[in-house]
Design a protein around this ligand. Structure first.
Ligand SMILES: Nc1ncnc2c1ncn2[C@@H]1O[C@H](COP(=O)(O)OP(=O)(O)OP(=O)(O)O)[C@@H](O)[C@H]1O
Length: 327
């Protein structure tokens, strides 16, 4: 029995299809991230799983039981599935300890462990109007988790957080899975949040799930340019202009464009195993440089750690066959 089974879910609102035939399963403790552009249906998917949106077709089964939608339930939602929305609210002007005690169903020891994991123990006496955005979010999270759900759905938890609060929240989410044993599904726009965290990524486009796989698979072998674009910079060398590279990588495009990530290029000597280009711009990013290199007719972005290049240099670049992908 799958921990969570999403089977053929479609959602239609006012004649508009928002989700179309989504199917996937989740094992207990598996970490799934959902990626996709704005409006692709990510939030609606999580809300349907949580029993907050009525599917028009298909069903969600959680721990062997069908999740009942809001049309068939007086108080929408599932007691064992927590959904942290982008627009969470905390009661105004209460002390944090009051907010948490109202929803708490845990023993004192469990509650203290939860507050420790959420990094909020030091905030107990603070009033809710005296908190930063990141602190508010961790308290909203602790409040949700105080019923100790089996499944936590996090909808863009990192948006609007500065680097410091984001980094704390990342550790909190990591510990929620690893220390509290709560299974999580996470929506995030930022590839850095999902690639390093998830066991599996689902990619949404126009209400459809267009790809599912490990972070490595999705990053290296995206099903199309849209998926490639969600996970970082890429070069797309159009079919017809790929001849020079086809020789090096030993693969033919077969009518497709050639996708190469900037870090997959290797700056090498100018010989038969490389393609010659001219550096037209260099951008500094702290941990690395990105050079714009004009090849025969195409300009590509090449990542390098070396600082010896300058605009106008003629360089050789190569790429290994398994770092090139046709889309
Ligand atoms: N109740 C509704 N009635 C009509 N349209 C809706 C409803 N809920 C969502 N939509 C539309 O469905 C599409 C998907 O919305 P959803 O919020 O699920 O996308 P998303 O991928 O989570 O976007 P974002 O990243 O901006 O949060 C959007 O075009 C949205 O306007």
């Amino acid at each position: 029995m799958a921990f969570l089974d999403v089977s053929g879910i479609s959602v239609v609102e006012e004649g508009v299809t928002i989700l179309e035939d989504i199917t996937f399963g989740l094992r207990a403790h598996q970490k799934i991230a959902v990626s996709g552009e704005t409006g692709s249906g990510k939030s609606t998917l999580l809300q349907t799983i949580a029993g907050l949106v009525q599917p028009s077709a298909g069903k969600v089964t959680f721990q062997g039981k069908k999740v009942i939608g809001p049309h068939d339930k007086l108080v929408p939602g599932h007691p064992d599935i927590a959904y942290l929305s982008q627009q969470f609210e905390l009661p105004q002007f209460l002390r944090v300890e009051q907010v948490l005690s109202y929803s708490n169903t845990l023993s004192e020891e469990e509650a203290q462990m939860l507050y420790e994991v959420c990094r909020i123990r030091h905030l107990a006496k603070r009033r809710t109007n005296q908190l930063s955005g990141g602190e508010r979010q961790r308290i909203a999270l602790a409040r949700l988790l105080s019923s100790w759900p089996g499944l936590l759905l996090l909808d863009e938890p990192f948006s609007n957080l500065d680097m410091g609060h984001k980094s704390i929240l990342k550790s909190v989410i990591h510990d929620i899975s690893d220390e509290l044993g709560i299974t999580c599904i996470l929506i995030s726009h930022d590839p850095l949040d999902t690639l390093s965290w998830a066991d599996e990524i689902l990619v949404m486009q126009n209400g459809k799930m267009i790809q599912q796989g490990t972070p490595q698979h999705i990053y290296k072998e995206p099903v199309n340019e849209y998926t490639a674009s969600l996970f970082g910079k890429y070069n797309l060398i159009p079919d017809g202009k790929t001849t020079a590279f086809s020789g090096i990588i030993g693969k033919q495009p077969k009518g497709k464009d050639l996708l190469i990530r900037p870090e997959s290029f290797i700056v090498s000597s100018q010989d038969s195993s490389s393609v010659t280009g001219v550096v037209t711009a260099i951008h500094y990013f702290g941990s690395h440089y990105e050079m714009e290199v004009l090849l025969d007719e195409v300009s590509v972005s090449v990542r390098t750690n070396e600082d010896r290049f300058k605009v106008g240099d003629s360089i050789g670049i190569s790429v290994s066959g398994n770092a090139a992908w046709f889309v």
